[in-house]
Design a protein around this ligand. Structure first.
Ligand code: CMP
Length: 300
């Protein structure tokens, strides 16, 4: 019979046909789509271990497929040619005719055959119209072939350019590289809300954000400053459990931030206290500067 997954090139009509072989094609998407795909991959136990640069390229290269109600996405026992992310709709997973479960939006699937080169372990079928993002095996492999070392070095030198991390010992910086994630934001989207609890630290890798804060006697938060590539925010979350002291709002579409999670950080960077002490000193230094500025409002 006809297999559920044609080999790449026939799959996505004209678009893929122009981009077969080893060339990697980036498919434009808005940041909420990137965020959805990214979240789905990060929620998958097998995929979340991939390094952030590989993950980012996977997000960039995925292309869209619409499945109709009842259409087969994956057939158990067949070779697997694609990795998928369900964006919208409902899928049913079966094995030997037995129902294993349902899949809801923001789920990555089909990873087992792609990662481990095994036959499809289950059948996946659309039970409504389904909007799916797909990545073919060839593209996946060409992304994964870019050496981790090269991408680690890119991140490493980027982090080195961030003022907060400038003097951090090399091995600490490498640990941070290991626990980075990427997050995507639309124009107008709140990245941080004043007063909320937070446990993540952000470094802007692309785009721009504005910082707003509520001041006494004003009903509306006041804009304090804008931050761009290489700037960071939320650093206080790494050293204490204070609530967020300001709003951070993306002012561009597709603002991208490198995100470090406190727990993650705690787990992966064994010498957390040391780093905490370093950050604390830095933040205290900054607030001393603030105090001085406030005390001498007319100084340059
Ligand atoms: P793969 O084996 O490549 O193709 C079928 C996919 O179904 C598999 O990868 C998983 O992503 C997914 N899958 C396998 N078993 C289950 C299960 N018990 N529940 C939900 N999804 C599953």
């Amino acid at each position: 019979g006809v297999s559920a997954e044609p080999t790449s090139g026939h799959f996505c009509g004209g678009f893929r046909a122009q981009h077969v072989s080893t060339e990697r094609a980036c498919v434009r998407k808005d940041s909420s789509t990137k965020k959805l795909i990214n979240d789905a991959i990060m929620n998958n136990d097998f995929l979340k271990k991939l390094d952030p640069q590989h993950l980012k390229e996977m997000v960039d290269c995925m292309y869209e497929r619409i499945y109709t109600d009842g259409q087969l996405v994956i057939q158990e026992g067949e070779p697997g040619n694609y990795l998928y992310v369900l964006a919208d709709g409902l899928l049913k997973v079966t094995q030997n005719g037995k129902l294993l479960g349902e899949m809801r939006p923001r789920t990555a699937f089909g990873e087992l055959a792609i990662l481990y080169n095994c036959k499809r372990t289950a059948t996946v079928k659309a039970v409504s119209q389904a909007h799916i993002w797909a990545l073919d095996r060839q593209t996946f492999q060409s992304i994964m072939m870019k050496s981790t070392q090269a991408t680690q070095e890119e991140y490493f030198s980027f982090l080195r350019s961030v003022s907060l991390l400038r003097d951090l010992p090399e091995e600490k910086l490498s640990k941070i590289v290991d626990c980075l994630e990427i997050d995507y934001f639309d124009k107008g989207e709140y990245i941080i809300r004043e007063g909320e609890e937070g446990n993540t630290f952000f470094i802007i890798a692309k785009g721009e954000v504005c910082v707003t804060q509520t001041t006494e006697g004003c009903t509306e938060p006041r804009e304090i400053k804008t931050l761009g590539v290489g700037d960071y925010f939320g650093e206080k979350a790494l050293i204490s459990e204070d609530v967020r002291s300001a709003n951070i709002i993306s002012t561009e579409n597709d603002t991208q931030c490198l995100v470090v999670d406190r727990d993650n950080f705690n787990q992966m960077v064994g010498t957390y206290e040391e780093l905490q002490a370093y950050l604390k000193e830095y933040v205290e230094e900054l607030s001393r500067c603030d105090v001085r500025r406030n005390a001498l409002p007319h100084s340059p």
